[in-house]
Design a protein around this ligand. Structure first.
Ligand SMILES: *Cc1c(COP(=O)(O)O)cnc(C)c1O
Length: 411
């Protein structure tokens, strides 16, 4: 008898995006002529930078020659890419991160889930609420939680509410925790953490021997030069933090797939017998056993992000999306909505109008403006009463969507 992993049966049914798809499908079947604009799912829309395409074409041609052919590469990624990442993303900002500490992968979604492979079962885990659902669901699947309650919160997890009341930054919990998931700039709220706020977390982690899992997938969207892009800009973070980064949102690699995880040398966890164990060695072992690296072609594409042309093209993409975000913020504020985020991140987090919960506002925008967003409650109980719009779309669609929402709210 083949038994299933019963932890999967604890997952809440009716996951956010399928439910959105169901409602959109029902609406468009009833209204086949409505031109729906999707500002919901967090996928980029603009084409791949030319520098990346050129590098990948060259790599494809090389693969067609005996000398340029590449079979299995290093599980950790090619050194030329890891060195470019270390230099441009970390050392240039004063972070003492070396190529050896960088593990190239095919996505931050899988890395931020797979990291649980090397972490023990007894850890007390803290997540923000609302949260990127991957952190929670991967813990559920790995058996690190209890059952979900009526509000969708799982037993055994410590939820740190982030809301307008606390400026959308997670407060240090009163109860001790061992693992802390932080994502800044934040998906879904678009909030960002200052150096002082991150320092408070680093100080906490060092004092309590806790580990911070820091997701910096949106660091390229930071506009304010005083804000940290990496947790390693904070003194002491090498001793308590793993960082996840991705080429998905900065260079449009959501369909091309390349990301990286930083595990500093000397970052220690504790074994059951109390002995200290270096996490780098465990992650290296995990990757070598379960992962066979990212394609040579894609790694050449990622490397091109760091060329002068690549840097300029990525800057252009970010500026384009951030102009969209500014339009969304401006138009929705003018329409009388309270908006947050969207200044250092491609997400605008909206307080739903009085009398409407997250799904109520979703239905109103779908029915009256033919615009699809994401209900905040889908990201956690504390997201109720909020709504996420993404800046990932064409300029025309963003302007059209804002016009329609304004008319729907005032028509
Ligand atoms: C998009 C996103 C990522 C990137 O995931 P990939 O698997 O690298 O595409 C990571 N974290 C968050 C919070 C995201 O929204």
């Amino acid at each position: 008898m083949a038994q299933v992993n019963g932890n999967y049966l604890k997952l809440k049914a009716g996951y956010l995006f399928p439910e959105i798809a169901r409602r959109v499908k029902a609406f468009s079947e009833a209204n086949p002529r409505a031109a729906i604009i999707r500002l919901g799912i967090g996928d980029v829309t603009e084409p791949l930078p030319e520098a990346c395409r050129t590098a990948m074409k060259t790599a494809v041609d090389a693969m067609g020659t005996r000398e340029g052919f590449h079979g299995y590469g290093p599980e950790q990624g090619y050194l030329w890419l890891r060195e470019a990442i270390a230099r441009h993303d970390f050392q240039s900002r004063g972070c003492r991160i070396t190529a050896e500490e960088i593990f190239v992968s095919d996505g931050s979604k899988c890395d931020s889930s797979n990291i649980l492979d090397i972490l023990g079962e007894g850890n007390r885990i803290a997540v923000t609420d609302p949260v990127y659902p991957v952190y929670v669901d991967s813990n559920v699947m790995a058996g690190r939680t209890g059952e979900a309650d009526a509000a969708g919160q799982y037993g055994g997890l410590t939820y740190l509410p982030i809301n307008a009341g606390n400026g959308f930054t997670a407060r240090i919990p009163s109860e001790p925790v061992d693992l802390i998931y932080l994502c800044f700039p934040n998906n879904p709220t678009g909030a960002v953490a200052t150096k002082e706020q991150l320092k408070a977390w680093v100080d906490y982690a060092r004092a309590h021997d806790a580990l911070i899992l820091f997701d910096a997938a949106y660091e390229a969207f930071i506009q304010d030069p005083s804000l940290p892009h990496s947790i390693y800009e904070i003194e002491g973070a090498r001793e308590c933090a793993i960082e996840f980064r991705s080429f998905s949102k900065n260079a449009g690699f959501t369909g091309t797939r390349c990301a990286l995880t930083v595990v500093p040398r000397g970052l220690m966890g504790t074994a059951a017998n109390g002995e200290k164990v270096e996490l780098w060695g465990l992650w290296n072992r995990r990757q070598c056993t379960k992962f066979n690296g990212v394609s040579y072609i894609v790694q050449r594409g990622a490397e091109a992000v760091y060329s002068p042309e690549g840097q300029a093209q990525v800057k252009g993409l970010i500026a384009f999306y951030m102009d969209n975000a500014a339009i969304i913020r401006r138009e929705l504020s003018a329409a009388g909505l309270q908006v947050y985020g969207g200044e250092q991140a491609p997400y605008v987090w909206i307080k739903t109008p009085t009398g409407l919960d997250s799904w109520g506002f979703f239905d109103r925008l779908l029915n009256e403006a033919h615009v699809v967003g994401t209900p905040g409650s889908g990201f956690g109980a504390a997201g109720e009463g909020y709504f996420r719009l993404s800046a990932f779309n064409s300029r025309d669609n963003v302007i059209e969507a804002m016009g329609r929402i304004t008319r729907a709210l005032h028509g």
